[in-house]
Design a protein around this ligand. Sequence first.
Ligand SMILES: [Zn+2]
Ligand SMILES: [Zn+2]
Length: 260
Amino acid sequence: MECATLFSGSSGNCIYVGTGNTKVLVDAGSSGKRIMQALDSINIDIKEIQALLVTHEHIDHIKGLGVLSRRYDIPIYASPKTWQELTCIGKIAEYNQKEFDYGLEIGDLKVDFFKTSHDAIQPVGMVFYHREDQVGIATDTGCITSGMKKALAGANAIFFEANHDEEMLVKGPYPFHLKKRISGDKGHLSNHTAGEALKDMITGNTQHVILSHLSEVNNTPEAAYHSVANTLAQADILDKIALTVAPRYQTHSLIKIKRL
Ligand SMILES: [Zn+2]
Ligand SMILES: [Zn+2]
């Protein structure tokens, strides 16, 4: 199994997950053209993409969704209530409108969904399975529950939100109501919370942790990395994994899950 972020952060999110036979995108929060170019940079043709899965309806996750579905005839998978909020993506062919409740199978990929805590109508995180391999994705959540940790624990690669540095958010330029929203239970995870949660989720199976959805204003890649790395080093688990930060506008190098 292989995976990579194509874009990550409040300016746009898109994650590629694939096997030799099945390739999908989680969210399409950039223009169709940019997503195509990003896929091209990891040698994947947009025509190979078999599904567009949506975590939630915020614009940084759906900007290119309608265009890609229409132009390349790709089905969109979203939770039932999320579909009701997707009116802004334009007309989608009925046969490309797919709903999910619990699990899905797309080609040789299985997908499980879990609830996240975010100010969207029905937001989800996802875990992909192919044979023994697992890839987990959790961004856009204001808190992390034991159920979410359980869903992600044991994944070989975990894309996990490290949205903001708590001090940068407090001292930063955002108005009070926005600060409150971001740090609230239905907002986004801080670097500190991400590190603490990852400590509980990293197992002997974990090979890669990719810090994702960083704020441009209230975080830096260095701050996110150092905060999480310190927490994991103190718990003696940093040297057991590859910890990286998802670039905002560029594609993360393609991650290939190794057979253990
Ligand atoms: Zn987002
Ligand atoms: Zn969001």
